[in-house]
Design a protein around this ligand. Structure first.
Ligand code: FES
Length: 109
């Protein structure tokens, strides 16, 4: 297996199913390369901008895991829209365990 399937639900409710997400890439990179609306990735994956914010589907929270301290600090920049299942998609690395992953793009305001 060198790719997995991930689904991103855009803010407008439209689902983008990516069935060839390459292992090892970040979810942000994959989403951007497919033009997923709302995933900007302004800092290039440096965990510094929070423009790649997603809500992880409850069924996938354990597999994805929690943000580390640095990611928490960046998420604080958008604390008005964070939830318990918030993650920065640039910090989610595509792995075989994430085949079927589903996230929702967070609104920017
Ligand atoms: S791309 Fe900037 S924090 Fe994820």
């Amino acid at each position: 297996m060198s790719t997995v399937t991930v689904t991103l639900v855009q803010v407008d409710g439209q689902e983008v199913v990516i069935d060839d997400a390459p292992l090892g890439e970040s979810l942000m990179e994959v989403a951007r390369s497919r033009g997923v609306d709302g995933i900007l990735g302004d800092c290039g994956g440096g965990c510094a901008c929070a423009t790649c914010h997603v809500y992880v589907d409850p069924a996938w929270e354990d597999a994805v895991g929690k943000p580390d301290e640095i990611e928490e600090m960046t998420l604080d920049m958008v604390s008005h829209v964070t939830r318990d299942n918030s993650r920065l998609s640039c910090q989610i690395r595509i792995s075989p365990d994430l085949d079927g992953l589903r996230v929702t793009v967070a609104p920017s305001d």
